[in-house]
Design a protein around this ligand. Structure first.
Ligand SMILES: [Zn+2]
Ligand SMILES: [Zn+2]
Length: 388
């Protein structure tokens, strides 16, 4: 039986899991209830090994195929955490916890991978081992990194890893992927400008850190517009500006600014980090002030390996017939990048239809996407490790 028919049968059950996760959202590494339910279900399915507490609250469920002649191991990953957003969907299974919400569809990802795990444990129609990876803290906590640091890849000898994310704006049941950079590296910076505060009516006795900061905001726009090859994507955004003066008649001593840098290429990332300090320090110096940049690297670029991407697209085509294989990369970031840095693999988008965007309070995962996503996860195992 092709997976898709089985997943149509399993749809009510998988949907019930999804809605239960939706009703009980948990943040970052605090996904105790979710992880407990995931582990319990995987044990009920008869998975060969279920281990909790990998990367603090991550869950790993191992399913062995009918045969294992080549020792191949494929990792399939879903994320489990929600967001600190007050839900506005009005659905009957809306969040029971005010201020927490599954607004990125990780409830759907977890439910679809559970559905695939149930099917794969029933059928075992593959030659090798599937490792289902349920990670915490995708939304900023680096749960994927923590699972990798906890030995995820080496302990289960994973050869390849595959991940999926739903995407509003793409029709339900359609897939989208690209080889190479799929999601950006997301770094953050804090700029501290120090001048000389004083009376606002005596600017000549001061070094106005606000004016210096304003020049810096404008000057660093030239990194994207003048310094980086226009065919390479880069974002440099200043998102907060804060002075140490609460008054309308005091020139502040210090201005602090925070922002983000997004890049799709490690060389561009290195360049932007170096250039940011040069422009900030040089601009401050020219205006008689001083400035420093604290730069912090975040999630790395999510890079799809070419061969694995082709395979992921083929499986998606078999599932739905609708695959965009040249979808543009997004400047958002994804914690799955840490797993893709360890092993080749691919990350694919699954359409969520014409809904609010992820991270919006009216967003909701579309349960009609479940048979497609679960079929893709299961199909990756069966097609990549075909039974003899
Ligand atoms: Zn998100
Ligand atoms: Zn997400």
């Amino acid at each position: 039986m092709p997976p898709r028919n089985r997943f149509a049968e399993l749809l009510p059950e998988i949907t019930a899991w999804r809605r239960d996760f939706h009703e009980n959202p948990e943040l970052l590494f605090e996904v105790h209830r979710t992880a407990g339910k995931v582990a319990g279900l995987c044990r009920d399915f008869g998975c060969d090994e279920v281990v909790e507490g990998i990367g603090r609250t991550g869950v790993v469920a191992v399913i062995k195929g009918k045969t294992d002649t080549k020792g191949r191991v494929i990792g399939l990953r879903a994320d489990m955490d929600a967001l600190p957003i007050r839900e506005q969907t009005g659905v009957p299974y809306a969040s029971k916890t005010p201020g927490k919400m599954h607004a990125c569809g990780h409830d759907g990802h977890t439910a679809m991978l559970l559905g695939a795990a149930k099917y794969l444990a029933e059928t075992r129609n593959f030659d090798g081992t599937v490792v289902c990876i349920f990670q915490p803290a995708e939304e900023g906590g680096g749960g994927g990194r923590e699972m990798v640091q906890d030995g995820l890849i080496s302990r289960w000898k994973i050869d390849e890893v595959y991940g999926m994310h739903n995407m509003p704006g793409i029709p339900v049941g359609h897939f989208a992927i690209r080889p190479g950079a799929m999601m950006a590296a997301a770094d953050q910076f804090e700029i501290t400008v120090t001048g000389k505060g004083g009376h606002a009516a005596k600017p000549h006795d001061c070094i106005d850190s606000t004016v210096v900061a304003a020049h810096i905001v404008v000057a660093i726009q030239t990194i994207a517009s003048r310094n980086v090859d226009p065919l390479k994507q880069v974002v440099v955004s200043v998102c907060t500006v804060e002075t140490d003066s609460p008054a309308h008649n005091v020139i502040p001593q210090v201005v602090k600014m925070k922002g983000t840098v997004r890049t799709l290429d490690a060389k561009v990332q290195d360049f932007v980090q170096a250039r940011l300090s040069q422009v900030v320090e040089g601009t401050a110096l020219a205006l008689g002030a001083s400035a420093e940049v604290a730069y912090q690297r975040g999630y790395p670029v999510t890079v799809n390996a070419a061969e694995n991407t082709g395979f992921a697209a083929e499986v998606a085509r078999a599932v739905s017939g609708q695959v965009d294989t040249e979808t543009p990369p997004l400047m958002g970031a994804e914690d799955f990048s840490y797993m893709l840095n360890e092993r080749p693999g691919a990350y694919i988008f699954l359409g969520n239809g014409d809904t609010a965007m992820v991270h919006h309070p009216a967003y909701n995962f579309d349960d009609n996407a479940i048979p497609f996503g679960a079929s893709w996860y299961a199909g990756m195992a069966e097609a990549r490790m075909p039974a003899g």
